[in-house]
Write a protein that binds this ligand. Structure first.
Ligand code: HEM
Length: 440
């Protein structure tokens, strides 16, 4: 295909070299390129590497689904690897396939249903804290609250009873810096190394102890074996645990942060969510996977939040071999970028794209799976493993807390976007809670 006799079919693009990275400046640069060159853009980096920026949903689908084996994770993942080790999110090829097969059962529906108790417990604990804030007539840093909520939940889900005995046993949570530190600097890499020692202690203690009856994700993952009957080594297990903790809390926390902010700004959406929650989850005993599964409006509200603010706002891939798209060639080594944030807001597919409108996703809504570009959880074999977990977690959290608290926005100023590896709000979102008063 790329023989010297046939010229390469390259998309249009700028003559000058451009640096494309996963950082805040990239969004503006990509939007400008899309405006000037259309849905397929070829860029050369200052180091002479070829980069494609793709805004064509069919080509994105092709790369993520049908031709997935021809693409590895791209350049943005070098930084993630530095932080998380070679866990399932960054690994490729046989290492990834083995990890995926071994970890997937822990995220099956039956398995996630066994974590509903933890989801209720973490929501109940937030309600306790928020009641004190209401009593003191205070405000909530909802960004921090959501970080703490989602971090506690993923740690309890992974470690079960070890959360109390090994993690918060000294009165503080050694993982807390993950949700406190907004700057992703070298300091965090060192702190991550210390966490690995703690994880090794937990894993070693588990390997020595009798199998315990209580269910948690760690026991599922530790008992998983590959085709040759081997389990994860300690080092592999620790990479996977760190990966699951970070992947499992930042994304859900970010989504809930935006969801609360949108609810505070859209009283009709709050009222509709509240009505549904009162009907389906009137008390803790009624919170089951069936009742949560029936929360159609909560589902739509979260889907619309993820359309506007997809935590993984940009994807990168790199072609492992020569490939071709419909009209263009992709030489081996080409770096590929595409952005759910941009595609989810493209007017051509999403009319009035800036407007928050959960009805887009309802049974009567215009969105049907596959007819519009929508991929907050990616697509194909590398699709997110925690999608079901996160929907259950977010629906229980919102359904539980909206029945108890009404939120008012403290500032009309948009908090801004922090476009790092994950999309977060640049400034923390502050809301004023009060006791939920909407008429029954
Ligand atoms: C709102 C919540 C979430 C969103 C939007 C989200 C999004 C994503 C996306 C886009 C990817 C693919 C990244 C890529 O291919 O470059 C991914 C992968 C992954 N996610 Fe999530 N995620 C969420 C929650 C979770 C949770 C709660 C967990 C675990 C507890 C989790 C575990 C994973 C894992 C293990 C992968 C790697 C899958 C693989 O490569 O085989 N995610 N996620």
């Amino acid at each position: 295909m790329t023989s010297s006799s046939t010229p390469l079919r390259l998309p249009p693009g700028p003559d000058e070299a451009i640096r494309i990275d996963v950082n805040p400046e990239t969004l503006d640069a990509l939007l400008t390129l899309q405006r000037e060159y259309g849905n397929m853009v070829a860029i050369t980096t200052p180091r002479g590497r070829l980069v494609y920026f793709i805004n064509d949903p069919d080509e994105v689908r092709r790369i993520l689904v049908r031709r997935q084996a021809s693409y590895g994770k791209g350049p943005g993942f070098a930084r993630v690897r530095m932080l998380l080790g070679n866990g399932i999110i960054v690994s490729d090829g046989d290492t990834w396939r083995r990890a995926r097969t071994m970890i997937q059962p822990a995220f099956s529906r039956q398995s996630v249903h066994r974590l509903i108790e933890q989801m209720i417990l973490c929501s109940r604990k937030r309600a306790g804290r928020w009641r004190d804030v209401v009593a003191a007539n205070g405000v909530l840093n909802i960004t921090r609250e959501m970080n703490e909520f989602a971090l506690e939940l993923i740690l309890r889900s992974i470690f079960g009873t070890d959360y109390e005995t090994h993690i918060v046993s000294n009165g503080s949570n050694p993982f807390a810096f993950l949700s406190d530190d907004s700057a992703r600097d070298l300091g965090i890499v060192l702190k991550m190394r210390n966490l690995r020692n703690l994880l090794l202690e937990i894993v070693t203690a588990r390997r020595r102890s009798e199998p315990h009856d209580a269910f948690d994700l760690l026991s599922m993952i530790m008992s998983a074996t590959d085709k040759s009957g081997e389990g994860f080594s300690d080092a592999e297990l620790i990479d996977e645990l760190i990966t699951l903790i970070v992947a499992g809390y930042e994304t859900s926390a970010g989504t809930l942060n935006w969801a609360w902010s949108l609810l505070a700004a859209h009283p009709q959406a709050e009222e509709q969510l509240l009505r549904e929650a009162r009907t389906l989850l009137p008390n803790e005993d009624s919170i089951t996977f069936e009742s949560v599964g029936d929360m159609q409006y909560a589902q739509q509200l979260i889907e619309e939040t993820l359309r506007l603010y997809p935590p993984v706002w940009i994807f990168s891939r790199q072609s492992l071999q020569d490939d071709s798209l419909t009209d263009f060639d992709v030489p081996a080594g080409t770096e590929i970028f595409f952005s759910p944030y941009i595609l989810h807001r493209t007017e051509e597919f999403w009319p009035d794209p800036e407007r928050f409108d959960p009805s887009r996703f309802g049974p009567q809504g215009k969105y049907q799976k596959g007819n519009r570009p929508y991929f907050p959880f990616s697509l194909g074999p590398r699709r997110c493993l925690g999608e079901y977990f996160s929907f259950l977690e977010m629906k229980i959290h919102l359904g539980y807390l909206v029945q108890r608290f009404h939120m008012e926005t403290e500032s009309a100023v948009f908090p801004g976007l922090d476009l790092g590896i994950n999309l977060r709000s640049r400034n923390d979102i502050i809301l004023r809670p009060s006791v939920q008063q909407f008429a029954k």
